[in-house]
Design a protein around this ligand. Structure first.
Ligand SMILES: Nc1nc2c(ncn2[C@@H]2O[C@H](COP(=O)(O)OP(=O)(O)OP(=O)(O)O)[C@@H](O)[C@H]2O)c(=O)[nH]1
Ligand SMILES: [Mg+2]
Length: 259
């Protein structure tokens, strides 16, 4: 992550991204951001919304409960463009709807698969509180059944971004398998992308990282176009002086592929 980007790189990428989004015309993409808890999903979503809107706000609640293992995001939350860009921008550009949710455990059991299925098919209402997944499976499945929501206007997921932290050394392969199988369940194939956050916390001489990165990419079947190693806006990387090209240019390039 040593590449340095300039203001002009940023301007060019903003233009390219706006062109791509504008070309979508009537169709708004729904992008689900999935991963284990604390990996940086909400921070990444806030960074993406900052990229699109030009302003950073902590819209998706971010937190650090590493020690306690607490989940910060507890509910499924959709961020349609109306929530993060101005009315004028909404009229011109088809910015995507981003879906934040609770972190999953690294498991591929029936509860995880059913939950993913409901999310991917837009069958869970906004603000649905998802179970932590450590309760009796049958009870949770019954609960999920009751939460299922059938509405013709529901927003099915069009793209999946699987997030993990680059600081982690354990690839969540079971969860990845479950996501891939539900994304390709026969009715339709949902393209899956992969993001490693916390790039700022990887040392140059970290010899374990390349192995972890390789495993993450191969588990998700990613080529270079569908993979991003990045740092999100956070306490260490603030946005006080306006857009930070080193944060935003890589994210913009990546979003240009998630089309
Ligand atoms: N240094 C650094 N910190 C980050 C980065 N991304 C996220 N963080 C921090 O990591 C912690 C967890 O981030 P969140 O975005 O809340 O993670 P999450 O996956 O949404 O967590 P849950 O909602 O609990 O599942 C917070 O303290 C963030 O500030 C990053 O790229 N670099
Ligand atoms: Mg979160």
């Amino acid at each position: 992550m040593n590449t340095e980007y300039s203001e002009s790189d940023l301007e060019l990428q903003i233009k390219l991204l706006q062109d791509t989004v504008q070309k979508r015309q009537n169709k708004t993409l729904t992008i689900a951001v999935i991963g284990q808890h604390g990996c940086g999903k909400s921070s990444f979503i806030n960074t993406v919304m900052a990229v699109f809107s030009g302003e950073y706000h902590e819209r998706a609640l971010v937190g650090n409960f590493e020690e306690e293992g607490e989940h910060v995001t507890r509910r499924l939350t959709r961020y349609p463009k109306e929530k993060y860009v101005t009315e004028d921008q909404c009229l011109i550009y088809q910015y995507p709807t981003l879906v934040d949710m609770m972190g999953f455990q690294n498991a591929g059991d029936d509860v995880v698969k059913k939950t993913l299925d409901l999310i991917f098919n837009g069958c869970l209402k906004d603000k649905t509180k998802l179970s932590k997944g450590n309760q009796n499976q049958r009870n949770v499945l019954e609960e999920l059944q009751q939460l299922t929501y059938n509405d013709e206007n529901h927003s099915k997921v069009d793209r999946i971004i699987f997030v993990a932290s680059a600081k982690s050394r354990e690839c969540p392969t079971e969860l990845i398998k479950a996501v891939r199988s539900q994304a390709m369940d026969g009715r339709r194939d949902i393209p899956v992308f992969g993001v490693l956050t916390h790039a700022d916390q990887i040392d140059e001489d970290d010899t374990d990282f390349p192995e972890f990165e390789k495993k993450f990419k191969s588990s998700l079947g990613l080529n270079a176009m569908r993979y991003l190693l990045c740092s999100s806006y956070c306490d260490e990387i603030s946005r006080e002086n306006g857009r930070n090209p080193n944060v935003e240019v890589p994210v913009m390039r990546f979003l240009n592929q998630v089309r």
